[in-house]
Structure formats: structure tokens, C-alpha cells
Design a protein around this ligand. Structure first.
Ligand code: DX5
Ligand code: ZN
Length: 224
């Protein structure tokens, strides 16, 4: 990610894309101003849904120079870090709920590969669990829906969780990413709460004109 951790970045999630024309749709999102591509990896065990593996990242790596942000919603993240790194991930985000006491080690390992490390917490996990890893992460991903599916409603209590994590990490060079249920109507509220990286699946790839949808979201997020 760019050095300024307060810089706004839209991260369209390919979970809502048309996989039969994924390369084309990625280029559309980039044309609309997206800097980050959010890649939702699910194993059918950590979450009740299954998406894709590192092979997909390898395949789409040639489509764009966007920052590939891999969100591993998997029971055994350790098993997949190398594969996603080799496939071309720029960031790998792992879930605290899958790692527990192994979280620090996993984050250190991701960074040892020379890519960015992210830590994600699901809606029912206390934000305090982030505290011991403030100097080990480049990004904290706060889930504003229960992980597993796109198109869900933003969970309102997420706003205070975002503010709390922004406060907790204010002296650290950390992006705050929010994932789930963000649309034109609420993106500014989410950014004002303290998020600077916004994942949007339905609100971008779910739309007819992807570039226009991305552009409109960025405008809505950054308008003073
Ligand atoms: C859930 C996924 C979704 C997705 C975004 O596990 O991580 O949050 O990327 O979905 P939308 O933007 O459609 O709510
Ligand atoms: Zn995600």
C-alpha cells in the first residue's frame, strides 16, 4: 500500500464479479480509479462458502498492476501463505479467529516474504485482540458483515469498532480496511469513522457500469 496510511483506497472485491469475464472486469475497476483488488478466498470450513485458490491469483496477476489484497477466510491460513505469495499477492490478510496464539508468527512470516501483512477480525471478535499485533501489521481488516458472502447489510456497531481500532493504531503505520455492506450511501460514514481502505463487491462488480460505479464510490468517499 502507499506510504500514507490515511490515503483513501477503494478495494473492489472480485467475489461479486462475473468470473467468465473477470480479466476484463478487473481492468474496468482499475479504469474507475480502484488502486486495490480485494480477493476473497474461502475454504468452505472457516466460512460456509467456497471460492478459489492461489491459481486464480496467478491467472489474473497479468491483468493489472493493482495491489492484490488477498483475504484468507480459511481454517488453516499457514497452509496457503506461500502459494498466494508465489501467485503474486501484494498483501495477505489472515483471520485472528483462525490463528489465535499463532497470529504473530503468521504475520511475521508473511512480512518475511517481503509482502504486506493484514489481520482481520470478524464482527463478534473484540477489537482488543488487535493490540498485541500493532507493530506486526500493515493493515487491519474489520469485517462489517459476517464473512462468507457478498451483498449483506453493513452491521452498524462496526462504526465504533473502526474508530476504536483507528485510535488503538494511531501511532502506527497501519491501514484500516472495512469489508462488507459498503455502498454509496454509507461509504463516507465508514471513512469518517476511521477506515481508509474500503472493500466493495456488490457496489462495484455488481453494477452494470463497473468503472462508473468505482468512480462514484471514490467521489462519495473523498468529497469534503
Ligand atoms: C465476505 C466478503 C464480502 C465481500 C464484500 O466474506 O469479504 O464482504 O468482499 O461484499 P459486498 O461489498 O457485496 O458486501
Ligand atoms: Zn474480504
Amino acid at each position: 500500500m502507499a506510504q500514507d496510511k490515511r490515503e483513501f483506497k477503494l478495494a473492489p472485491s472480485i467475489l461479486s464479479s462475473d468470473f467468465s469475464i473477470l480479466g476484463q472486469q478487473i481492468k474496468e475497476a482499475e479504469k474507475g480509479g480502484a488502486k486495490v483488488l480485494h480477493i476473497d478466498v474461502m475454504d468452505g470450513r472457516f466460512v460456509p462458502n467456497f471460492t478459489f485458490g492461489a491459481l486464480l491469483v496467478k491467472t489474473i496477476r497479468k491483468c493489472s498492476d493493482m495491489f492484490y489484497d488477498c483475504h484468507l477466510m480459511v481454517e488453516r491460513p499457514y497452509d496457503f501463505i506461500d502459494a498466494f505469495y508465489k501467485a503474486g499477492a501484494d498483501n495477505i490478510t489472515v483471520h485472528y479467529e483462525a490463528l489465535g496464539d499463532e497470529t504473530g508468527k503468521a504475520l511475521e512470516y508473511i512480512r518475511s516474504l517481503g509482502i504486506k501483512a493484514g489481520l482481520s477480525i470478524s464482527p463478534d471478535t473484540p477489537v482488543e485482540v488487535i493490540a498485541p499485533y500493532k507493530d506486526k501489521v500493515d493493515m487491519v481488516l474489520i469485517m462489517s458483515v459476517y464473512p462468507g458472502f457478498g451483498g449483506q447489510k453493513f452491521i452498524p456497531k462496526s462504526l465504533e469498532r473502526i474508530a476504536a481500532v483507528r485510535e488503538m493504531t494511531k501511532d502506527y503505520d497501519v491501514d484500516i480496511e472495512v469489508d462488507g455492506g459498503v455502498y454509496d450511501e454509507n461509504i463516507k460514514t465508514v471513512v469518517d469513522a476511521g477506515a481508509n481502505v474500503i472493500v466493495a463487491g456488490s457496489a462495484v462488480f455488481g453494477k452494470e457500469n463497473i468503472a462508473q460505479a468505482a468512480k462514484a464510490l471514490i467521489e462519495a468517499a473523498t468529497n469534503e
